[in-house]
Every structure is written in C-alpha cells, then in structure tokens.
Design a protein around this ligand. Structure first.
Ligand code: HEM
Ligand code: HEM
Length: 183
C-alpha cells in the first residue's frame, strides 16, 4: 500500500507561506500608511495595491494547483465537525483572497485611479464607472472584508496551534516540515 502523504509539495508550501507573508504585509502597509502623510502615504498605498494584485494572481495559481493536487486529509482522529470547519475556513480564505483584491481593483477603477504595478507597468483598469461614490461603496466592502479576514486568520492559526499542542498530531508538521514529525 502507498505511504500516506505527510507533507505538502514544495509548490503548495511555497504558495502558502508566500501568500501568508504578503497578507501580513498588506495589513502592515495599511497600518503604517494610516500614520503617514503626503508622498510616503501615497507610495504605501501604491505598494498595497501592487501587493494586493500579486496576491490575486498567486491565489488563482494556487487554486489551480490545489484542484490538480488534492489536500492531504486531516487525521482520522479529528472530529467530523472540525474537518468541516477547517474546510469551510480554507474555502473562505480562497474566496476572500480573490474577492478583496478584485473589490480594491474595482474601487480604484471606478475612481479613475491609475495603478502602476510596483512602478513597472500600468495595470489595466476594470470597465467600471460610478466615480467616487461607487468607489466609496466598494471600499466599505473592502474594509468589511478585512474584518472577516482577521477572524479567518485567528481561527486558522488557533486551529493549527490546537492540532500541534493539544491534539499533538502532524498537521502543523505538514505545513512546516522542519518541525519534527511525531511518531
Ligand atoms: C494570512 C495567513 C494565512 C493564510 C491566508 C493561510 C491560508 C491557508 C489555506 C487557504 C490553507 C488550505 C490549503 C488547501 O487545502 O488548499 C491553509 C492550510 C494550512 N495552514 Fe495556513 N494560512 C495562513 C497562515 C498560517 C499560519 C500562521 C499557520 C501556522 C501557525 C498556518 C498553518 C496551516 C496548516 C497547518 C495548514 C494545513 C491544514 C491541513 O493540512 O488541513 N497557516 N492555510
Ligand atoms: C488580498 C489583498 C488585499 C488585502 C488583504 C487588503 C487589505 C486591506 C486592509 C486590511 C485595509 C484597511 C481596511 C480598514 O481601513 O479597516 C485595506 C484598505 C485599502 N485597500 Fe486593500 N487589501 C488588498 C488588496 C487591495 C487592492 C488590490 C487594492 C487596490 C487595487 C486595495 C486598495 C485599498 C485601499 C484604497 C484601501 C484604503 C486605504 C486608506 O484609505 O487608508 N487593496 N486593504
């Protein structure tokens, strides 16, 4: 019988940790921007937009990879409701990490703002009119989504730590392979 897989592929690991780091970067950039003024504030927002659009592309790539390479099942000892809860959190992560940049992009487009991706090239605008009013409504959705994302991150990290320190299984090891595997 084939050995059950006990860690994710290098592509899955790289995408998980790269996207996680970029999501944290997004929040940090906005926090610093709130305290900044003038040119620096504009640069930080431009960076936020470029990083956000990169997250969109990486998440779509990750979703494609994920469909082609199914996830490893959680341990049999994990109660069914927890398996469903974890699955729900993961699905919502994909949804949020696609919807949030799309909504930000739509808001920027509605407001007629140009996006220069890391200053390298002009990111195309979406065909959305409505001006500042529509942009404001979209930004309200973006801010609400940010709160939902914080809840997801909290639940996700709490779940990962629970597997490691309470259930004492290998779920965290599969995502952080240098953590020693438990027998
Ligand atoms: C913003 C940060 C993060 C995001 C957006 C994120 C997102 C995700 C997603 C979408 C999955 C599901 C992968 C799939 O099946 O397709 C996943 C799995 C996982 N993540 Fe994260 N993650 C983040 C941070 C973290 C952190 C900080 C930890 C560790 C403390 C962690 C530990 C794990 C583990 C252990 C799994 C595998 C669960 C399993 O095998 O069923 N993640 N993550
Ligand atoms: C996954 C990607 C993204 C994440 C996680 C994210 C996250 C956030 C967060 C946490 C905030 C602060 C919300 C608040 O005030 O409570 C924010 C604000 C904002 N985001 Fe994003 N964002 C993403 C992508 C984008 C993109 C692609 C754009 C535009 C192209 C964008 C444009 C903005 C703007 C204009 C603000 C308001 C900044 C301000 O006036 O202070 N975001 N975002």
């Amino acid at each position: 019988m084939a050995e059950p897989r006990n860690r994710y592929s290098t592509v899955s690991l790289t995408l998980h940790w790269l996207i996680a780091a970029l999501v944290v970067t997004q929040v940090v950039l906005i926090m610093i921007r709130d305290a900044a003024e003038g040119e620096l504030a504009r640069t930080l927002l431009d960076l936020h937009k470029s990083v956000g659009l990169s997250i969109l592309v990486l998440t779509l790539a990750r979703l494609g990879w994920r469909i082609a390479n199914p996830a490893i099942p959680l341990p049999e000892s994990t109660p069914r409701w927890q398996k469903l809860f974890a699955r729900g959190t993961h699905v919502l992560f994909y949804l949020f990490l696609i919807a949030m940049p799309l909504v930000g992009w739509a808001a920027s487009s509605a407001a007629g703002r140009e996006i220069l991706w890391f200053g390298l090239f002009e990111w195309p605008a979406l065909p959305i009119g409505g001006g500042r009013e529509t942009a404001g409504q979209l930004m309200d959705m973006h801010e609400l989504a940010a709160k939902g994302l914080y809840v997801l991150i909290f639940l996700h990290v709490a779940g990962a730590l629970k597997h490691h320190f309470i259930d004492r299984d290998n779920v965290l090891h599969r995502m952080i392979p240098w953590i020693p595997r438990r027998p």
